[in-house]
Design a protein around this ligand. Structure first.
Ligand SMILES: Nc1ncnc2c1ncn2[C@@H]1O[C@H](COP(=O)(O)OP(=O)(O)OP(=O)(O)O)[C@@H](O)[C@H]1O
Ligand SMILES: Cc1cn([C@H]2C[C@H](O)[C@@H](COP(=O)(O)O)O2)c(=O)[nH]c1=O
Length: 222
């Protein structure tokens, strides 16, 4: 009999909404309850492409806007089908899901589309195209926090996109993306305490991990 697959769970939101904190808490809680789980994050700054992206975000280099958008997407695709970095090969997303490991992912294609389409001259439609066909998340939790509150959180302002005006534009683009009913969106109030946000995220996730076992993995935006 085929092994039950793991779930693909994504956390999204504006910068500093608490995604990394909550991904780590969720992975820990799933593991503690005996469910195999691992965290991934995008951009994955450890790969060659990820290092180009990281230098851009840290304002150490400039890249043309279309180019960096495609690099962000390539950085996701390389973790689905190709996994080499300077320390060798790592197992791929698809393989891990097939092995029954739930992946908790800190940002995904939704950040790609929301951030680039917040720039002048970029349509959401164009921005979504390079990520069509990626493994489709079973659940996308949107950590809802106003850009004004996010700006008060640690280290806001250090990286390229961390201005309140740009984050407001990003928030609007996320609102557009959330109208897509082919994606299982859940909005989480990220202004609560870390513990309360975690409780909310856990309950949605446990349901998803069970349901995913008997469902095929889909393809995003197809
Ligand atoms: N619920 C919360 N209430 C108050 N502060 C929080 C909460 N969750 C996280 N923080 C704090 O906010 C800051 C950003 O948290 P975190 O790195 O988890 O967010 P993020 O969304 O992953 O950020 P980034 O967009 O930079 O990746 C950290 O200083 C963290 O301790
Ligand atoms: C995946 C992805 C991210 N971005 C933006 C969003 C953030 O401003 C940074 C990443 O910061 P983090 O602290 O490492 O989460 O990059 C983007 O513009 N496009 C993307 O696809």
């Amino acid at each position: 009999m085929a092994r039950a697959r793991g779930a693909l769970i994504v956390l999204e939101g504006v910068d500093k909404a608490g995604k990394t904190t909550q991904c780590a808490r969720l992975v820990h809680a799933l593991q503690q309850s005996g469910r195999p789980a691992e965290m991934m994050r995008f951009p994955d700054r450890s790969t060659t492409i990820g290092q180009l992206i990281s230098a851009y975000l840290e304002k150490k280099s400039d890249l043309e806007d279309h180019t960096v958008h495609l690099l962000f997407s390539a950085n996701r695709w390389e973790r689905v089908y190709h996994a080499s970095n300077n320390r060798g090969c790592r197992p791929l997303m698809k393989k891990k899901l097939e092995e029954g490991i739930t992946l908790v992912v800190d940002r995904y294609a939704f950040s790609g589309a929301a951030f680039t389409s917040a720039k002048p001259g970029f349509s959401l439609d164009w921005c979504m195209k390079p990520d069509v066909g990626l493994p489709k998340p079973d659940l996308v939790m949107f950590l809802q926090l106003s850009p004004a509150e996010a700006a008060l959180r640690g280290q806001f302002g250090e990286e390229r996109y961390e201005t309140s005006a740009f984050q407001r534009a990003v928030q609007q683009q996320f609102e557009e993306l959330r109208k897509d009913s082919t994606v299982n969106w859940q909005v989480i109030d990220a202004s609560q305490s870390v513990d309360d946000v975690h409780k909310s995220i856990s309950s949605h996730s446990l349901h998803t991990v069970s349901a995913a076992q008997s469902l095929p993995l889909g393809e995003l935006w197809k």
